[in-house]
Design a protein around this ligand. Structure first.
Ligand code: AMP
Length: 324
């Protein structure tokens, strides 16, 4: 998990778990749409659970579960595949990007957002906290929900304005919930922070490693010498300050930048300190959890049990309405 995932999505999950019935899913069936080693998959599933718990997901509050432990995810995905327009899948930006990078494209890359729709609709979720890059996929989930409801929702007996029969809205149309940082830029300052671009800072990276990446990170391109006044708004480091530093520090950083009071390295040092304040407790909790794998397994088992019960109920209704 990198800081883009954390700031764009996971921070919201931690906050929202206390306001909503929350399900956090580790989507290992999505993970196999690219080449992988089975043993590595096992390890990465566990590591991600550790990271999520360390970031603040409380397994006594939110259900933390592994997608493959709830078979209904793939059952519903198949069903939704049968009503998803192919054109909608082909125009998804992530499909276009991912398929461009490969010689032979597996159908799983195309159908990826249908499995996502199943992940959401299985729990009849109405809100999905994601980063901006997932908003298009969520739109597809709404299209699919609408389509399924229109085809298989039980008729209510009322007529709509256009004369057609009203049907129950069995699946709510899920809405995105964004954080104040829905698109975190990478250290190159040019593209979204993402593993495939190699421009990330990992949530659990050591302070030394973070500094080694921050030090050469791109800032305001017009600020060449330390004495050049800068424009904070165009600087990615300033945006990271807004995510990690206190409002007073953010204000101070902006003034120092505009007046060339600080050089970019001074600014980055303060950012590194602000990051440490937030990341030290996360790193500490991760180390504790890594030494107690039983606690992680118990959290996942409890989450899977909660999710299976909900998934079972949804699929009983879905199968019934679809004639199975
Ligand atoms: P992924 O692992 O790419 O599927 O992302 C997991 C979550 O993190 C999704 O909700 C993404 O929208 C979010 N996310 C990924 N990269 C970024 C980024 N650079 N900025 C903000 N959110 C992001």
């Amino acid at each position: 998990m990198h800081l883009g995932n954390y700031l764009g999505a996971v921070k919201n999950w931690v906050r929202l778990q206390h306001e909503f019935d929350t399900i956090v899913s580790i989507v290992d069936y999505h993970a196999i749409t690219i080449a992988y080693e089975p043993e590595q998959l096992r390890q990465r599933r566990h590591d991600l659970a550790v990271t999520l718990l360390a970031a603040g997901i409380d397994p006594d509050v939110a259900a933390l579960c592994v997608q493959s432990q709830v078979p209904e995810h793939t059952e519903l995905a198949w069903i939704l595949n049968t009503i998803t327009p192919l054109g909608e899948l082909e125009r998804q930006t992530q499909f276009k990007e991912k398929s461009r990078q490969q010689e032979s494209v597996a159908a799983g890359i195309l159908n990826y957002p249908v499995l996502q729709a199943a992940d959401i609709l299985l729990y009849r979720a109405d809100k999905v906290p994601v980063g901006e890059d997932q908003v298009q996929h969520l739109e597809l989930s709404r299209v699919v929900a609408r389509k399924w409801n229109a085809l298989f929702g039980t008729p209510t007996g009322r007529r709509l304005e256009d004369g057609s029969e009203e049907r129950e809205q069995f699946f709510p149309e899920p809405q995105p919930v964004l954080t104040p940082t829905p698109r975190v830029m990478g250290l190159d300052g040019k593209s979204k922070m993402s593993k495939s671009m190699g421009n990330t800072i990992g949530l659990l990276e050591s302070p030394e490693s973070i500094w080694a990446k921050l030090r050469p990170a791109v800032t305001d391109p017009k600020r060449i010498k330390k004495t050049d006044p800068g424009t904070p708004e165009v600087c990615n480091i300033y945006h990271l300050h807004k995510a990690f530093s206190t409002p007073a520090t953010v204000e101070h950083v902006a003034v120092q930048c505009r007046t060339a009071g600080w050089g970019c390295i001074d600014c980055k040092k303060v950012l590194a300190e602000s990051m440490e304040t937030e990341l030290v407790p996360i790193r500490r909790r991760a180390a504790e959890l890594a030494a107690a794998p039983r606690r992680v397994d118990d959290a996942l088992a409890a989450g899977a049990a909660r999710c299976r019960a909900l998934a079972h109920e949804t699929m009983l209704a879905v199968r019934d309405r679809m004639g199975f």
